[in-house]
Design a protein around this ligand. Sequence first.
Ligand SMILES: Cc1ncc(COP(=O)(O)O)c(C=O)c1O
Length: 344
Amino acid sequence: MKYESPYAKGSNNLVRLATNENPYNISDELKKGLLENLEHINLYPTPEDIELKKLIAQKHELAPENVVIGAGADEIISLLAFKYINSENNAIVSKHTFFRYKQLVKLAHGECKEIEEIDFKHNLDEFIKNVDEKTKMIFICNPDNPTGTIISKEEIESFISKISSDIIIVLDEAYIDYAPTNTNESRKDLIKKFPNVVILRTFSKFYRLASLRVGYGIGGEKIIKELNEFRSPYSVNAVALTAAKLVLSQPKDEAYLREIENERSKYYEFFDKNSFKYLQSSTNFIFVSFGTNTKQICEQLREKGIIVRSCNIFGYDNYVRITIGNPEENMRLIAETERIIRGM
Ligand SMILES: Cc1ncc(COP(=O)(O)O)c(C=O)c1O
């Protein structure tokens, strides 16, 4: 499946609520910090940026040897697939989750076992039943894209403890920064207990660096060493490395987190008022159905320049994923949707 941007080419004035970006750009202070890089554009970036690895390790109470940096979490998914998956083995994924796991496993010529969700969540019991002697990798998207649902730490740990330690378990936490339950960033206990786990994080969402392409994986030393040897030494550019270090050196943007919570509530209120079915979200997006009119509403919103993600691409007809934008964007979406349904 070829990825296509939901935004029309050449349109600048769109309300972009389809790709789960942070609506705010980086601070002026950060921009200034990045400008210093322009003095050294002629030089290759640092291949293994130990300073960034140290900052990441510190955040999760791990060692730099537990960290691999990539051009977005997306590159780490590619590395995992091409390093470990081949025509002799298989990977297990949830059927309607983030499409890249499935796509990359297939590109690496592996078999992909797709497990139907239960109540819009990964069906981990079925995952276990589907493990066989050829299973090499398991992907868990937590919180999940596109549903925004989250599996508790206890459930995850109980699941991992039932899986053989020679199977790599990839926990994609691209949206965990938004989860109200994410109160402890330490992953020390989990990684020490289960070195076959690789956790993915990104700077693209909460940290506002989507266009720079930088993310990372943390996991047991053996797998991380193999991934670091496998990766291209220069895949992450110098500006992205600097930006990642700067954002990690700043305190967490609690105001933005509060705003997301506030805006989420406004959406819930609007959905409740109109009896639209939606799921409680642990992310910066909400999964909602406008019933049989979903497609039509999305098209009419598009005509107004408001773009949301129709979930038929994930296999969920009549559902849409709405990124929580800034208050003005969210208000516009709510007002336009109200106008559209009144006219139906
Ligand atoms: C669940 C999930 N994982 C990974 C990614 C990739 O993020 P990055 O921008 O770091 O490559 C995305 C991007 O939307 C995502 O939704």
